[in-house]
Structure formats: C-alpha cells, structure tokens
Design a binder for this molecule. Sequence first.
Ligand SMILES: *Cc1c(COP(=O)(O)O)cnc(C)c1O
Length: 352
Amino acid sequence: MSRFLNDRLASLEAYTPGEQPQDKAYIKLNTNESPFPPSKSVLSAVNRAAAKRLRLYCDPECKVLTNSLAKLYGVESKNIFLSNGSDDILNFAFMAYGDMGAIFPDITYGFYKVFAELHGVNTEIIPLCDDFSIDSDAFMGKNKLIVIANPNAPTGMALALDTIEEIVKSNPDGVVLIDEAYVDFGGESCVNLTKKYDNLLCVGTFSKSRSMAGARLGFAVASDALISDLEKIKYSTNPYNINTLTQLAGAAAVRDNDYYMNNCQKIIKNREYTVNELEKLGFTVLPSSANFVFAKSDKISGKELYLKLKEKGVLIRHFEKDRIKDFNRITIGSAKEMRIFIQKTKEILGEF
Ligand SMILES: *Cc1c(COP(=O)(O)O)cnc(C)c1O
C-alpha cells in the first residue's frame, strides 16, 4: 500500500474470491460454477466474426440482450438493467442507496460487507436463527437498504416468496435488494413482485445457472425509477461495461433457456444424491435450494476435510468464520464429480 491511499480504502478489507487454481485440474466444487458447458448457440455466437467486432465499442444500451431478457421475464425493457456481473450491480446499489444505512444477515455473501465499507455505509447485521434460517422478522419496518440473498449463501436456505413480499411491504421507504444468484436451483423468484412494488430490486446473474461465470454478466429487474438510478451510475463510471462477446453470448443463452433450466434439474438430482450420501456418512446438511450444500461432520473439522480433499484433487470452500467454521460449502457438479467427491470423503473419514 502506498502512503497516498485515502483512509477509507487503506482500512478496507477487500473480498477474497474462492481459489481459481491454474496449475492443476481439480474437481472444482468451490465457487458454484456450472459443470455444464455453455449452450451450442452460445459457442457459435462467440465466433471469428464476433471477435472482429471487438475493433468497435460495444452497444452501451445492450439493446438485443435487454429486449430478450425482458421478454423472458415478462417485463418491459425499461425494467431491466445489465452490468458486468451481478457484483457490479450490488456495488452500484450500495453506492446509490447506502445513505439510508444497510441491513443484512451475519452469515451471507461476503461481498455485502465489503461494498458497505467501500462506500462508508452504516450497517446493521442480523444474526441468522439457530437453524441458520434468515430471521425475517428482524427486517420488518427498517426502511433501509435491505440486502438478502435468496436462496442465501453459503447456507443454501431459501425464504418463501410471501415472506419476501412482507419485507418489501413493510419497508416502503427503503430499497429491498433480493440477490437471486441461486434462484434457478429451487428458490422462488421475486421478479413478478417488481411490477407491484417500486422499492424492490431483484438481482440475477448468468454466472451460476447459465454457465457463464467467466463472461461477467449480471442483471437487475425493478421499477423504471430504480433502473434509471443504476443507469445513471453506469453512465457515470463505465457505459461500455459489458463487452461485445458477452452481449452476444448472453442473448444466445436466453434463446437456449430450456437447455439451462434442464441443467438445473440435473443439478437438483445430483444435490439429492449428495445430501443423501453425506447424511449416510453422518454429516449434518442444511436444506439447500441452491447449487451447493453446506455440511458439517462431527468426525472431522471443516478445515481438515477441506485440506485433505484438496490433497486428493477435490476443491471445496471453507470459511474460517466463527459460527460456520465446522462447515464446508460444496458446489454440486456433475454426477461423476459428486461420486468422486463422496468416494474421497469416505476415504478420508476411513483414515480416522
Ligand atoms: C456468485 C454470487 C454473486 C456474483 O455473481 P457474478 O454475477 O458472478 O458477479 C452474487 N451474489 C451471490 C450471493 C453469489 O453467490
């Protein structure tokens, strides 16, 4: 760090992304990517002709992609915002609405805290209940920027749509941001509620269910007033923040929506298999509506299991955080990957 950095950034603790090792081929169950490749139309959209268009600036309005997403979700184009990954949108939301103070659970996506600090936002942290569910009552009548991942990460547990609506209704003077990164794996989307409530910001991503983590594409669905706030920030920072290839890939992915939703069904099946096998091995597994499970064993610590699996070529995610350090978050991959994960876990437990 230089002596020139401002005080707020000097004391900021940056987000630590999951490991993305480039040295050897792990079975990678640590950052909730899809085990399935992008669809055929995506692969053919990102071709030589598309690469030649990189000479020119991309469409800052992302018209084609915006219109196709609007159609998919049954809203108007003015209710869709696109950005460089949904992290970008979360960042914009803390920037735009942080002055009212922000409130989110203690155990949730680690980036919320980072964005709050980055923008000097006062935060109220609500502990999860003892069963690791979100204490929804604690979010009623706050009229702040409310940030909830639904399903939550890293627990995988979801809130019912009715509960989300109660939270939105009871905070008419606050913005309620629902982060739906994992909604396609069994959660209930609040997209339709955005037509009824002008304070609801529904955020999604192409990184998980749509096999495009490396392309960086996130979206928001909300009232036109909230969307124009986000547009204002985008046009004040980087209007060209979604590159040409990602725009083409994104539009192709929307055309192949059935392929991706079908993949989600496969993930759900593999999740059921994994939960079942882990429970047979004595693990406690939280009820997951996401493409990962959060599990702990009383035979081995979370850290030890993570390290031993890594030695055996399987990467999972461990968080060294008080309430959850006994747990590991395990991404649900292909059927074969999950069989290997279970096999290696059995070997490790057998050594004890
Ligand atoms: C993965 C994830 C994101 C980030 O998605 P990107 O679109 O890749 O930036 C946002 N929120 C949650 C809860 C996530 O797990």
